[in-house]
Design a protein around this ligand. Structure first.
Ligand code: FMN
Length: 332
């Protein structure tokens, strides 16, 4: 059984979680600008859509995003293999299989978190994906579903998938409850058990383990690195993107840049996108949280929220919003 290609450990330390409707290409370009060393993930795309759908839209990616992983949903090995081949051919640096999403739509399609109960099918899928492409194939999973509370059961899932060649596991360190909880509640209600992710690394030191779920501060993220290869941040990175910048500088070196500097570095990208007909609001929505809890942060957000959807909105709107953070008196 061929093993998946390896990922350099320093590329696993910091990552931004795959998030539907959020981590599109504009979001990832922004995150890359503020966190040069983070590993980025696309939103989940179903394998079927990759094979049959509008790839220009679904697999949109800017070269600045590397290293960037394509996350696939699905449970048909042949289809996933085809989608993995296409994704790698588009230049994605990793193909990740979603075994953690609990939504009803996903359960009806028999993929996402319910795959935690089908390790053999996941192993077959991962094996086919590894055969089909030469970039690393990884898995993002939960600890279990519903009332599975047995570490050995979780370990058996990982072992089965690892035997098919997968070396890298992103562990969202809580169960998914498939009945009675919304996807949002499923990110909050089932208790976090980071100790299971740590125990996985201890028991299987040859595997690469990234921990995910509820990481909200620089201190918390850093503490995980004593136990596993990496920390993956989702909501905290999206709502407070400067946290990503601080983590990148703390873990990889370099000088902290101001929020304004980071945003102005995006100007050529934004102007290029506007020239291609992209609406400003599709880009600015991802950095509304850049000045979260800073002076002028609310005004910054308000100017962008109210102005970015208007016809002709351009870079000057962003400068106006930035001015309110740099000279808050102007906000009055
Ligand atoms: C809006 C939103 C969309 C998400 N979409 C996906 C997805 O497409 N694939 C996936 O594996 N997880 C998805 N997740 C889950 C995150 O990747 C992550 O596992 C979860 O939010 C826990 O991490 P956090 O506490 O750092 O946010 C999503 C989360 C959010 C908030």
């Amino acid at each position: 059984m061929p093993a998946s290609a390896a990922i350099a450990p320093e590329q696993l330390r910091l990552s931004v979680a795959p998030m539907m409707d959020w981590t599109d290409t504009h979001c990832r370009v922004f995150h890359r600008t503020i966190a040069p060393h983070a590993r980025l993930y696309t939103e989940m795309v179903h394998a079927n859509a990759v094979v049959l759908g509008d790839r220009t839209r679904l697999l949109a990616m800017d070269p600045i995003e590397h290293p960037v992983a394509l996350q696939l949903g699905g449970s048909e090995p042949e289809l996933l293999a085809q989608a993995a081949r296409i994704g790698a051919g588009h230049g994605f640096d990793e193909i990740n299989l979603n075994c953690g999403c609990p939504s009803d739509r996903v359960q009806a399609g028999r993929f996402g978190a319910c795959l935690m109960r089908e390790p053999t099918l996941v192993a077959e899928s991962v094996g086919a994906m590894i055969e089909a492409c030469d970039v690393p194939v990884t898995v993002k999973c939960r600890l279990g579903v519903d009332d599975d509370h047995d570490f050995d059961h979780f370990l058996a899932f990982i072992d089965t998938v690892a035997a098919a060649g997968c070396r890298t596991f992103v562990v969202h360190a809580r169960n998914a409850w498939l009945k009675g909880l919304s996807p949002k509640e499923n990110r909050e209600v089932p208790p976090l058990r980071y100790d299971w992710a740590y125990a996985l690394k201890r028991e299987r030191p040859g595997l690469q383990v990234i921990v995910n779920g509820g990481i909200a501060t620089e201190h918390e993220a850093t503490a995980h690195l004593d136990h596993v290869e990496g920390a993956m941040l989702g909501r905290a990175a999206y709502h407070d993107p400067y946290l990503l910048h601080r983590l990148d500088v703390a873990w990889f070196g370099g000088a902290l840049r101001t929020r304004g500097d980071l945003l102005r570095a995006l100007r050529p990208y934004i102007e290029d996108q506007l020239a291609r007909g992209v609406y400003l609001k599709h880009i600015t929505r991802h950095f509304l949280g850049l000045f979260a809890s800073e002076r002028g942060g609310r005004a910054f957000r308000q100017v962008l929220s109210e102005g970015a959807h208007k016809p002709g909105a351009d870079w000057s709107l962003i400068e106006r919003a930035l001015a309110l953070t740099e000279h808050p008196a102007v906000a009055a």
